[in-house]
Structures are given as structure tokens and as C-alpha cells.
Design a protein around this ligand. Structure first.
Ligand code: 5AD
Ligand code: SF4
Length: 466
């Protein structure tokens, strides 16, 4: 029997890349590849890259420098280390990577990973290979299901891609170019994947897509299914206790989805809804096609339907032409909505996007100052939310043993890690926890006697108006 080959996949960027990395491993399992935890002992290293901001691509090039050393060392030992670059940098830069980094054997985009075995054979035969096509066939039809053991090893929560690509063309964003046009998976395929995950012990599923609430998958009866309807359908799958979805666009929050937040206990009351800026002028220049008040209204409608909802968002500071007044409008929006946390970024011009061509780019120092101010505000709001949780009870889905003996760790409905003293038999279970203490990142609490529904937690939140 031949020695199993070892595979190390490193993911950068978003959760879809994490999902894709797992699918790459699934695709290579029938080829005799087993996953390993480090690049040092791997036969194949895949960097699954992100192109959304500058630093992400730079990190990849510096990692390739490190891999060059490993490859030479492997060669000296008579081993071959194959290096592949996948994901959005691969899609955007393609040939440029092969030119700039001779260590790379294989380059392939996000739509090609079902062809990995074939690509590897091509690289083996021809020295190097590249595939950055957007094929007509969908990769999802070719992906093998992961084994039950593999799913178990990956834990009680899982991501499932339901939609990919984006047609929104925000002027700062590379996604429409790297991930391509928006497409949704058929409902039957998604349901089958979630059923398989549930059967292997997964209790929480996060539906992912670049613009996930634009989902419009074919349903079994030939009709088009919205995200709201899909969530209701998936909540019926035995074993699925919790559902989430990310990332959404404010323009695609429809009445059905809002009603689903009202009706569906399994749908967690936390929503990541990127707004990017609070200034109408900048929102227009970003081609977001909504105003700050439109956004406030969407939040109000969602809160009207589900008062327990907590919101998180993404912000870009220093978009071309952003003035102090524009930035202050962003801070005002953050205060008004009361986000519980947020990701924030300095605007980074991406080659090929319209905003990169704009004349009035904001100086780096101003970007840094604004980022700091925005992050200080977000930190304050986050600390406020953490404190607010103390003394309250939440349902927690336990995921793994804690750092200290006797401890287990789970997640609150709001994705906060929650640590309690409790038996490991509770891993994979949802239990009520009374929060006794809050740190900056985690909550600490005691197991309450009886498990109960999320509704109670929601009611508690409503009573004090989180
Ligand atoms: N510069 C800075 N941030 C960006 N994002 C997307 N493109 C850029 C860019 N060119 C941020 C947005 C988006 C998140 C995923 O990344 O806030 O919501
Ligand atoms: Fe990029 Fe999101 Fe805008 Fe699509 S909606 S272009 S993914 S920022």
C-alpha cells in the first residue's frame, strides 16, 4: 500500500474560504490525501487566498516565501512538496502568481476546486498548471460528501454555502470579479447537505454566501425559493437546533425574511448586516444603492419583528472623497443602531474596481485616525453589550472542552463564547446558562437546572431593550 499523502490547507479571509478548504480536502480524500496540521510534514500545501484587501494578498506572498524554504528542505530529503494557490487572489492574479513566485506549482480559482485531482495530475505532468476559468458546470455537482468521521471531527457547528458570487458591484469590491455572478444552489442539494451534517452530529448550521439573502434557489416543485423559505425548511431537519446566515445586503432583506426572524426559534437573533458608511454621499459613491436612513428603517423593521436581534456590521473608513462630516455621519449611525460589534477596515484600492480610479484618495494617516476612532466606539458598545449580558440567562450550544479541567465552552445566541463548569457529555447540547461574569471576549456562567427555549432569552432582552 502506498503511503497516504499529507495535505495542509491554509485559509485566509472569509468563512466561504473555510468551507471551500474543507471541500478541497473532501475532493482529495478519495485520492489518498489525509489532512495534516502543519505545512512542515505536508506533501501538498494549498493556500486558499483572499483578495478583499491589500494585506491579505501580501500575507500570501510572504507565506510563499516560507514555503520556498520548506520545499527546498523537502527536496534535500528526497521528498516532493507541491504548492498550490487557490481562492480569490488566484482568480484575480492568475499568471502573475506563477511569474512572481516560482515555488508555486498550481494556481486555481474558487470555481475549479472540484477539478483538483485532474489539476494536480496536470501539474505533475507539465511542471505547472493553472485554472481560473468560470466553468459552465457547477462545482457543487462534483463534490464528494465528507465522511461521517470527518464531519464529526469538524465539530457541532458547520458552514454550508447556499449562494456564491455577487451582482451588486459596490465600487470598492473585488468579489463580483473574483467570485463571479451570483448563483444559488438548488434547495434539494442544500437540504441533503444539512441532513448529512445533522446525522453526523452537527447542531448549528450557518448558511453562507457573498450576498446570502439574494438567495433564489430552485425548489423541488420548480418554484424559486427565498432565504426565508429555505430557513423554515432547514429548521425542520431533525437535530438542527440553530440556524444563522451571513453575509447579507441591506437591500435584499425582504418581508419574508423579516417574518422568519419573528417566527423561527431556530434562527439565532444575531444578524451581520454590513452598511460600510453612514454618509449618503459616500454610500452613493460606493454604489450601495441605499441611504443611511433606509438602513435605519431596515433595522427598525427587523427589530419590530424580533426585538431580541443584535446587529453587527462592516465599515470602510477613508473611502475616496470621505470628509470629516461623512465620517461623523458613520459614527452617528453606529450610535443610533447600537451595533454589538463590527469589523472595520481602511479603504484599500483594489485593482480593476471603479473606486480605485477615483482622484480624491484619502491619506493613510487620516484613514488610520478614523479607524481608531471608529474602533474605540465599537469597543465601547461591545463592552456595554458584554456587561448587559451579566445576570441574564441564555441558551448555549456547547462545542468543546474548555481550557481548564472540568470546563466546557459553547456559544450564546449572539456568538459569544460562554465558559461554564460542566460535563463533556453536554458537548453538542443546548443548555440554559446564567451569565455571572463578562470578559472582553467571553462570558462565564453557571448551568441552569432546566434547558429552555430561546424565546425566554429573547423576552429577557426585550424587557430591557438591548
Ligand atoms: N477596502 C477595504 N475594505 C473592503 N471590504 C471590501 N472591499 C474592501 C476594500 N476595497 C470590506 C467591506 C466588506 C468586507 C467583507 O470587507 O467592509 O463588507
Ligand atoms: Fe462586494 Fe458585498 Fe458589495 Fe457584493 S454586496 S459587491 S460582495 S461588498
Amino acid at each position: 500500500m502506498t503511503r497516504p499523502r499529507k495535505l495542509f490547507v491554509k485559509s485566509y479571509g472569509c468563512q466561504m474560504n473555510v468551507y471551500d478548504s474543507n471541500r478541497m480536502a473532501d475532493t482529495l480524500a478519495p485520492e489518498g490525501f489525509v489532512e495534516t496540521a502543519t505545512a512542515e510534514d505536508a506533501d501538498l500545501v494549498i493556500l486558499n487566498t483572499c483578495h478583499i484587501r491589500e494585506k491579505a494578498a501580501e500575507k500570501v506572498y510572504s507565506e510563499l516565501g516560507r514555503l520556498r524554504v520548506l520545499k527546498t528542505a523537502a527536496q534535500a530529503e528526497g521528498r516532493k512538496l507541491t504548492v498550490a494557490v487557490a481562492g480569490c487572489v488566484a482568480q484575480a492574479e492568475g499568471e502573475e502568481i506563477l511569474r512572481r513566485a516560482p515555488v508555486v506549482d498550481l494556481v486555481f480559482g474558487p470555481q475549479s476546486y472540484h477539478r483538483l485531482p485532474d489539476l494536480l495530475a496536470r501539474a505533475e505532468r507539465d511542471g505547472r498548471a493553472i485554472d481560473t476559468e468560470f466553468p459552465v458546470e457547477t462545482k457543487f455537482d462534483f463534490l464528494p460528501a465528507p465522511s461521517r468521521d470527518k464531519v464529526r471531527a469538524r465539530g457541532v457547528t458547520a458552514f454550508v454555502t447556499i449562494q456564491e458570487g455577487c451582482d451588486k458591484f459596490c465600487t470598492f469590491c473585488v468579489v463580483p470579479y473574483t467570485r463571479g455572478a451570483e448563483s444559488s444552489r438548488p434547495v434539494a442539494k442544500i437540504a441533503a447537505e444539512v441532513e448529512r451534517l445533522a446525522a453526523a452530529g452537527v447542531r448549528e448550521v450557518t448558511l453562507i454566501g457573498q450576498n446570502v439573502n439574494a438567495f433564489h434557489g430552485d425548489d423541488v416543485d420548480g418554484s424559486t425559493c427565498s432565504l426565508g423559505r429555505l430557513l423554515r425548511r432547514l429548521a425542520e431537519i431533525p437535530g438542527i437546533a440553530r440556524l444563522r446566515y451571513t453575509t447579507s445586503h441591506p437591500r435584499d432583506i425582504d418581508e419574508e425574511l423579516i417574518a422568519t426572524h419573528r417566527d423561527l426559534d431556530a434562527l439565532m437573533p444575531q444578524l451581520h448586516l454590513p452598511v460600510q458608511s453612514g454618509s449618503d454621499r459616500i454610500l452613493k459613491a460606493m454604489n450601495r444603492r441605499h441611504t443611511a436612513d433606509d438602513y435605519r428603517r431596515v433595522i427598525d423593521r427587523l427589530r419590530g419583528a424580533q426585538p431580541a436581534l443584535a446587529f453587527t456590521s462592516d465599515f470602510i473608513v477613508g473611502f475616496p472623497g470621505e470628509t470629516d462630516a461623512d465620517f461623523e455621519a458613520t459614527l452617528r449611525l453606529i450610535e443610533d443602531v447600537g451595533f454589538v460589534t463590527a469589523f472595520s477596515f481602511k479603504y484599500s484600492p483594489r485593482p480593476g474596481t471603479p473606486a480605485a480610479e477615483l482622484a480624491d484618495q484619502v491619506p493613510e494617516t487620516i484613514k488610520s485616525e478614523r479607524l481608531q476612532a471608529l474602533q474605540a466606539l465599537i469597543l465601547r458598545l461591545n463592552a456595554q453589550f458584554q456587561r448587559y449580558c451579566v445576570g441574564r440567562a441564555f441558551d448555549v450550544l456547547f462545542e468543546k472542552p474548555g481550557r481548564h479541567p472540568g470546563q466546557i465552552v459553547g456559544r450564546s445566541p449572539y456568538l459569544q463564547p460562554v465558559q461554564v463548569l460542566g460535563p463533556e457529555t453536554l458537548i453538542g447540547e443546548v443548555r440554559r446558562v446564567r451569565v455571572t461574569e463578562a470578559g472582553p471576549n467571553s462570558l462565564f456562567g453557571d448551568l441552569a437546572i432546566a434547558p429552555s427555549a430561546r424565546r425566554d432569552a429573547a423576552a429577557a432582552l426585550t424587557a430591557t431593550g438591548a
